[in-house]
Design a protein around this ligand. Structure first.
Ligand SMILES: [Zn+2]
Length: 352
């Protein structure tokens, strides 16, 4: 393959560096007449006679070129580096277009579901904060088991699936949106006539991990999907309810015993409802307002219903907060133990 048998005369002119080779497992002799030393790495060059007429292609060791050709070599090396960079850039751009062409349609198809997940989680965080904390705690400390320990017997009431939904931040939607915007605008940019290499390189640098970023989103989506199944959530509510009933002295952190702290959220079939209170002519009226239908409809058929006399701010709920991708963890930072979650016999105290 390498033109190892070509000798480059001492008075040859350098025309172009065409390629590089090595490191080789076995050294090959330098093509320069004045060198002929075995090298493991070097360049394939085209050279000419004294008047610059092309006369052949040979190999030059990686440090010999400058000795033999001086500034001509440096210029040729710069030109070669630029050529290599441009080729790498083209390849990277092609890879990006292929990958984004595959990922973006999937991502866009997932956005409506991500939005519903997002709203559902926000509703739960706002209106059933301690349930969320219980779930987070259960996932962190007891492999997702919510249970009670009573009369010397431990009973698991429920085991949470979709663990990462409860423990990682609720940032799949902002992440997906950001990725969509970034990748789409870059695709457009690459198709526009005024692409500059520098800008393309910069943007490409931000998108080399497009697969990884989409992977994080789909993982969070899968977890949310299983955590937000109505049957799953129903069991969670039931488990929390049972734990609460079996520990009458327990109350949510931040509240005093006797304070009212019922859940402000419930499931009606597949619909997550928020409790709202109106004070009308001196009497308090309590209404349940549907907030999110957890039967996550496929693309385009998502239903986000609002009650007649209550306007939960779903629009703002569904808007990703403007902050860093890791900044939206509101349920995961529960410092205290919110309730008896799968408490082991050794640590069990205060009830039973
Ligand atoms: Zn050499």
């Amino acid at each position: 393959m390498l033109p190892t048998d070509i000798i480059i005369p001492r008075d040859a002119t350098l025309l172009e560096i065409r390629d590089s080779y090595g490191p080789l497992s076995e050294e090959v002799r330098c093509g320069l007449e004045g060198c002929r030393t075995p090298h493991k790495r070097g360049f394939i060059v085209s050279f000419g006679d004294t008047s610059g007429v092309a006369s052949g292609v040979g190999i030059v060791g990686h440090v010999c070129g400058q000795n033999a050709f001086g500034t001509n070599w440096l210029e040729a090396e710069q030109a070669y580096d630029a050529k290599v960079r441009a080729a790498e850039m083209d390849a990277a751009r092609e890879r990006f277009l292929v990958r984004s062409g595959r990922i973006l349609p999937e991502l866009r198809a997932a956005l409506p579901r991500l939005k519903l997940h997002y709203i559902a989680r926000r509703v739960l965080e706002k209106n059933a904060a301690f349930v969320m904390k219980t779930c987070v705690e259960a996932v962190k400390s007891s492999h997702g088991r919510i249970g009670i320990y009573r009369g010397g017997q431990h009973r698991i009431l429920h085991r949470l699936e979709g663990e990462s939904f409860w423990t990682t931040g609720n940032n799949a939607l902002p992440r997906a949106t950001e990725l969509d915007v970034e990748a789409t605008s870059f695709q457009e940019y690459l198709r526009s006539p005024n692409v500059t290499k520098k800008e393309a390189e910069r943007r490409l640098g931000n998108l080399t991990d497009i697969e990884h970023r989409w992977g994080l989103v789909s993982k969070a989506m899968q977890a949310a999907e299983s955590a937000l199944q109505p049957s799953h959530l129903g069991k969670v509510f039931e488990a929390v309810d049972q734990v609460i009933r079996s520990t009458p002295h327990w109350h949510p952190p931040g509240l005093e015993p006797g304070d009212e702290w019922q859940l402000n959220v419930r499931l009606r079939g597949t619909v997550l409802e928020i409790r709202a209170r109106d004070v009308q002519s001196g009497s308090t009226r309590e209404t349940w307002i549907p907030a999110v239908d957890l039967v996550l409809q496929p693309l385009g058929a998502s239903r986000v219903s609002e009650g007649p006399d209550f306007q939960p701010d779903l629009e703002s709920l569904s808007k990703p907060p403007v902050q860093g991708p890791e900044g939206n963890e509101s349920a995961g930072d529960a410092g205290e133990r919110p309730m008896d979650v799968d408490r082991s016999p050794e640590s069990s105290s205060g009830f039973g």
